[in-house]
Design a protein around this ligand. Sequence first.
Ligand SMILES: [Zn+2]
Length: 402
Amino acid sequence: MDIDEQIRFKLDVSLFDELMSDEKVKTLADKRTREMNTIAYRRDLLGNSLRISQKMAPDLFQRVTSAQQKLGLEDKDIELYIYNSPEPNASCAYTGGDNIILTFSSGLLMSMSQDELNFVIGHELGHALFHHYALPTHSILEGKSLTASEAMKVMSWSRRAEISADRAGVYVCQNPSAAISSFLKLSCGVAHPIIEFDLKEYSSQIQDLSELANSLEDTSHCYSSHPFNPIRVMAVDLYGQSDRYKQLTGQGSAEKTLSEIDDAIKQVLDYMEPVTDNDKQQMMNEAVFWGGAWVAYADGVLANEEAENLLSQAGQEVFDRGMEQINASADPVQLAKDNFTGSCKPLLVLGPSERCSFIQRLVVVARADQNIDDSEMDALMAMADIMKVEPSFIQQIMMFLD
Ligand SMILES: [Zn+2]
């Protein structure tokens, strides 16, 4: 298996293939790639930055050459440029030929440790290795000729491409922690000793998916081409634990397969995906059913009115499927709680007003038998808490309904 197949994130590959088999996207991508003016870009670099020779910066040169070899790119000619900017930044320009142009800002070279620098070089070369240039996200989106949903798909792919490039970087530097500290430096400019980064603390925070999703109050994240740093941190950390990485770097066996890890990363990335109206409706119905069942069974029995209301709120299909599970369960309340909590997670990305209106639907279900007792009230409060809605909101609706 080639090195690129061993490293590249599988969901980058699948979405890349899907987008490239879409005639409209492919035509646009090809056009934009052809238009990329490497000559003008080189002229600009030659005029405004310093081209580095082996003599001028033997250490940097050596790092790039060694990364090149590790990634099987030794047949490419790499030109290196340094430009003056305090902001830590690096880029890779490659359009499929024999030449790759890498640029580094002075700020990046000044602030990164050796391993961090190796990570950044590996990341940038990873984009060339995986032929990410074939879908130039920014120039494709600039033209505004794609529909909103096509554009979001391109952005979604771009985030996956970053995960792949990060893996190439980790493979080159063989130090996942250095990858993570380089993210810190790239995002806030500083790391040790100003920031003592505790990965365990950080990952426990980001692995709390509901919390993460809760911070995404609007859909602007769907238009972001780079995954949030916390997601990249988690993805790098997980990748470093995979069997494939351990094999590649000669570290023996691992507990997790790369495929299991890819699935876990997909789940987190999904929180950045836009929710289509149809999907949203389906998820809401599912969550309304389980929330409704939780509150309805909280007082021990499912009253006829409650069942009818549940059916009308959730729809026949969701209702039938849910009731089948409930009838087979010894503890319907626990089942409903668990399923509610699970089915709510994707809904946490919704804005506050949509989350409130969702809670309102649940209050309506609970009130179907004209009475909300203490246990039902407790259930509603717990659900509001899960949905990050102020519990007082429930009182407000009740006052309104009375
Ligand atoms: Zn990148």
